[in-house]
Write a protein that binds this ligand. Sequence first.
Ligand code: NAI
Length: 682
Amino acid sequence: MPINIEINDKIAIITVDNPPVNALSQAVRKGLWEAVERLDADDAVSLVLLRCAGRTFIAGGDVTEFDKAPVEPHLPDVVGRIERAKKPWIAAIHGTALGGGLEVAMGCAWRVADEAASLGLPEVSLGVIPGAGGTVRTPRLIGIKAAIALVTGGKPVKAAEAVRLGLIDEVLSGDFQSQAIAFAKRTLSASRPGAVSDKRIEESFVTNWTKIEKEVEKSAKGAHAPVRALACLRKAATASADEAVAYERETFLDLRNSNQAKALRHVFFAERAALKPEDLQGVFPKPVKTAGVVGGGTMGAGIAAAMRDAGINVVLQERDAQALAAGMARIESIFSASVKRGRLSADEAAVRMAGVSGTTDVADFSEADLVVEAVFEDLDVKRAVFAGLAESCRKDAILATNTSYLNPEDIFAQLPNPDRGIGLHFFSPANIMKLLEIVPTRATAPDTLAAGFALAKSLRKVPVRSGICDGFIGNRILKVTRAQAEKLLLTGVSPAEIDAALKDYGLPMGPFAAQDLGGLDIAAFQRKAARARGETVFAPIADRLVADNRLGQKTGGGWYDYQDGSRHPMPSNIVAGIVAEIRNEQGRAELPDGVSLADAVLLPMVNEGARILDEGIAASATDIDLVKIHGYGHPRWRGGLMYDAQQGGLSAAVGKIRRLFEAGLAEAPSEHLIAAAEAGRF
Ligand code: NAI
């Protein structure tokens, strides 16, 4: 039974025991409903303490019920029943109380939490809103302003903040379960507070809804749920609680079936599955307690910071004392930036930094469980590094390369035991970007591979396995993005128009602005290497910009002009001139009817994704979705590149790609994409 009840000295203790996270399955909802009925009728009971077994309070809804029709008893009714119970309830929260878990707690007369608990309403991240009175009770408890932040932002708060807001009554320190019982005993003689639903909302903040709506819409970046959640809060602030509950339920059910919610559920399940690859079940890698990082440049410093954020000790190695000092300073500046943003206390930053020891000697890697190499992108330099690592590391240490474009098999070719070699491709900034491409070679042992996935989990990253090809999954598609954007300039549209089209689609930045931010030189270097291999790469305009030292923001101009160190892109007459010249040379192109600018960039990327699937570089279209979302800012609510194309209809996509091909603006649709269109799915 997921619900156990024990009665002692007038206090009924209900323990929810539904491992692993005490989710609100139908059995739990039913159990809670029946508990109210039974305890209300029991004269021996004056007070009810609701708590959970295991590692957490009710962490949220039951994910296995997400895609199914709602079944009774519905959560809003259960919470309402608890709120109107004759015997008052106390929620004792440890671990996390998210979504429905917090809504249940808000139905209780009192809420207490463990110091380490976190509480929140993250429903918007799944494309829905709190559907069990969350939008109605939260503003009544904490005021409308704080409720707007909690509900539309979806970010949880820690117990200390929750008590400050008024979301909970007390934070308990010491052994939580016994302290919760002590709280219940103290509360036996207290008078019962009025039901949360009966409270009035302090309305002083509610002045300009239109302004707030605009702000929420802007930060939602195309996602509907935060905007709809705000509408519910507005209703809660202006109508009766009953009316607001009805409006919330209607909004919840509407959003639950929306395309965005479906896309967000797709991503949610994909992320969960990504951490547990089926072929690695039962393979248990050794935990990583100490990691080595070779190279303290942009990537090495970010990787070291990410490791420290996860509590892993780091040994950073550089080629000489000066480079080492620069690398250590880079790591330090990452932590001090977090302190400035209020994400980290100064003390904690000092602890993180103290866990990094710097060296110029590879012999200092003797303790490391795993070493990540992030030196210059040069095969000989990398091989020399691994020769040194093979000598100085433990024989069972995992040896990883962060290479972007080189073949890890070439890098590890001279390793005496290449079974422990693996590509771990982080994204910049490595302490922030969630994607980790995991690139096994043919020699990589299963436990080495499993160690990559386990590391991703401890760094709270999203691992995606990639086969070996130029650029792996993500950067291979990125090359197509850039080439498409550049080809479209030949139709006479400006970089700003193309960037705007992709921002409208939901990307944080268009392809030209993104190149200016990252710098045009790295891609130019890769094109050079690709051409040396005999590949043709379309980039006549980018090549000209690089030749003219227009490398992006850092040189004051790239695809745009940047005046006086500003980061604000301004249309460039120089670029317009270069484009006009190239158009004259290459001939003009016409965007086919019915194909939008966004289509003309995105669909050829999908086509490349299909080739990646065909070659077995990515195991599934879903993996490509995760790469795009977590490495390149593809809007989560679109479900990812491949999912979105599939929702839009793959036959239509093939038709558009064909028309782009005929117009000289894209490659022909791949066999794999055509076959997927026939099947209706990837
Ligand atoms: P970077 O130039 O900023 O840093 C390289 C660092 O390696 C320098 O600090 C250099 O002193 C050090 N180094 C060079 N040879 C060394 C040696 N033999 N022993 C110890 N340290 C040595 O380069 P960045 O951007 O950090 O890139 C490093 C690697 O990460 C490259 O393979 C790159 O392709 C890859 N990468 C880069 C990304 C980016 O966005 N910058 C993203 C993902 C991967």
